[in-house]
Design a protein around this ligand. Structure first.
Ligand code: MG
Length: 253
């Protein structure tokens, strides 16, 4: 069951989202060839704390996970889709880097992600990034009272498939609020009119994760997820509230 948020709660989450957006923007702008992925993590940790908030992912243990997450940011490069653990990996020109960040502010969580192309990226990676970004916007457009989770998933998958790319298997968006991951699962595929009906007061994170190749995924030693065929992947995410006037994006940069 999805928890509905009051207008006051959504106001708190909007403030949280504003702070997260500025941290994510600064972290994304810092990305350049020659830096280590752990430097992005250090910067985002410092900026979240300077904003008076707590990192949401640090020490977070998802249901069923073997160990708690050891960092502030998830930094996933090229074929790694999500949950990449920041490390000594040195970013190079041509890489695509996904930064996923969450924070807690006055008891509420918000969650957002972007994909950044570094230096000269090839045309396919560029199209993959643009398509994933567009799929997110089309999904957000569906987030209105009376529509369904299936409408969101359909809009995302339709956009992705039209370019010959694939929504990755198993990984989904989610409700967000007093917990980082709440009901419902927000699938990146679906059928129009199917699934849970969207209601005013729902707050969800929509996050298309898209592979240039096939959608099959594998889990790596650091618990991150990568495409099984080694193809590049992209990821964008926004936290938004469903209001009577339509979607209100809380984490817009
Ligand atoms: Mg998320």
């Amino acid at each position: 069951m999805s928890t509905l948020k009051t207008e006051e709660e959504i106001e708190i989450m909007a403030e949280a989202g504003k702070r997260l957006a500025s941290v994510l923007e600064a972290s994304a702008k810092s990305v350049r060839a020659g830096m280590k992925t752990k430097e992005i993590d250090e910067l985002s940790n410092r900026l979240i704390r300077e904003a008076g908030c707590e990192p949401a992912f640090l020490n977070y243990r998802p249901h069923g996970a073997k160990k708690a997450y050891p960092a502030t940011a998830c930094v996933s490069v090229n074929e790694v889709i999500v949950h990449g653990v920041p490390s000594d990996y040195v970013i190079k020109s041509g890489d695509i880097v996904k930064i996923d960040l969450g924070l807690k502010h006055e008891g509420f969580y918000v969650d957002a992600a972007v994909t950044v192309g570094v230096g000269a990226i090839d045309a396919k990676k560029k199209e993959l990034i643009e398509t994933t970004k567009k799929a997110l916007e089309l999904g957000i457009e569906e987030a209105r009272p009376g529509r369904t989770l299936g409408d969101i998933g359909f809009a995302i998958e339709h956009c992705v498939k039209a370019k010959g790319f694939s929504v990755v298997d198993l990984l989904t968006g989610h409700g967000v609020g007093r917990d980082l991951h709440e009901d419902p699962y927000v699938y990146n595929s679906g059928r129009r009119g199917e699934g849970e009906e969207l209601k005013e007061g729902m707050v969800i994170a929509i996050e298309p994760m898209v592979a240039a190749g096939k959608g099959r995924i594998k889990q790596l030693d650091d618990d991150s997820f990568a495409t099984a065929d080694g193809s590049a992947s992209a990821h964008f995410e926004q936290t938004l509230a469903i209001t009577k006037n339509g979607p209100k994006v809380l984490t817009r940069i």
